[in-house]
Structure formats: C-alpha cells, structure tokens
Design a protein around this ligand. Structure first.
Ligand SMILES: O=C(O)CCC(=O)C(=O)O
Ligand SMILES: [Fe+2]
Length: 164
C-alpha cells in the first residue's frame, strides 16, 4: 500500500474458513488457524454470529483458550464490542513488553458444518519505522538490548519463521 510518506503493509483481508463436511476426517480440536500473534501494530476484526472459533490464549498457557464471543453491533450496552481489536507485535516492541501482543488461534467449532467468514484489517506502520521502545517515562528501558529492526525487517522475519 502506498501512503503519503512511504510504503506500509497495512492490509484488509476477507477470510473464509470452509465447513468440514466429512466428519470422519475432523476432530473437535482441529485448528483453522494455528496459534500466533499478529505481525503488525493493531488488528481490527469483524466476525459473524454463529460462526465461532476465534480463541484467545490465556496466561500464555497452551492448554488455556478462551472463546472470543460475537457481540451484536446494535447493542453496545452489553459487555464487549462488535469489533475485536488485537494488539500486534509492534505494540510490544514500542512499549518494551508492557503491552503484549495477543496470542490467538481459530479452532473448528462443534458446529463444523458451517463456513466461518471474517474481515480483518491489519494495521502496520510505514516499513522503515524503527521498533525501538518509546522514549517515555512510562516505558521502561529495554533490558535485553534487542537488536534494532524496522517494521519491514520484523515482518520479513515473522514470514520466514511462519513459512520455513
Ligand atoms: O479469522 C479470524 O477470526 C482470525 C484470523 C487471524 O487471526 C489472522 O488472520 O491473523
Ligand atoms: Fe491473527
């Protein structure tokens, strides 16, 4: 995507996870999208009623997954919001780990004879943005002396890890 000042990998994705017809081949713990954190800054996600499956990793424990329930957009008095907003890896860099990127996955729900559709907006900064912690009294200094990378270098590393 070309912006005013430079390139960014901000992208809007329309996702479809097809239903699983052959119940012989499917197990309840089958996964549609494996556990991961998002590579960018923020992710804004729309999901539809009755197409559950998105789960949040609780306490970074591989056995502990909490469902992210659908929230209707016409009732903002209920807990939760119709949009799901996820912190991505870059928030973790910029806040020197105060804000952690959220680990999540998409599991096959019990009603697997259903497609899942989601619309996901991945917000990334410009490619050459530095991922050093913010200079702020609220942000601790980086104790681990992480190598300095740009948003684009980080994205390439994550893609290499994912598809190796
Ligand atoms: O489809 C979903 O609900 C989540 C997709 C997702 O986590 C991703 O594409 O990074
Ligand atoms: Fe994701």
């Amino acid at each position: 995507m070309e912006c005013l000042n430079g390139d960014t990998h901000t992208i809007l994705r329309f996702l479809r996870y097809p239903q699983i017809r052959d119940t012989e081949e499917a197990e309840n713990d089958d996964i549609r999208a494996g556990a991961h954190t998002d590579y960018g800054l923020l992710t804004i996600l729309f999901q539809q009623e009755g197409q559950q499956g998105l789960q949040l990793n609780v306490n970074q424990n591989d056995d502990d997954w909490a469902p992210v329930e659908f929230q209707p957009s016409d009732d903002i008095t209920k807990e939760g919001a119709p949009l799901v907003v996820n912190f991505g890896d870059l928030f973790q860099f910029w806040t020197n780990d105060i804000i952690k990127s959220t680990r999540h996955r998409v599991a096959v729900p019990e009603s697997r004879l259903k497609d899942r559709y989601s619309i996901v907006f991945f917000v990334h900064p410009e490619d050459d943005t530095s991922l050093e912690g913010w200079n702020s009294k609220y942000i601790p200094k980086d104790k681990n002396n992480k190598p300095k990378v740009t948003a684009y270098e980080h994205l390439l590393m994550r893609l290499e890890d994912t598809y190796k």
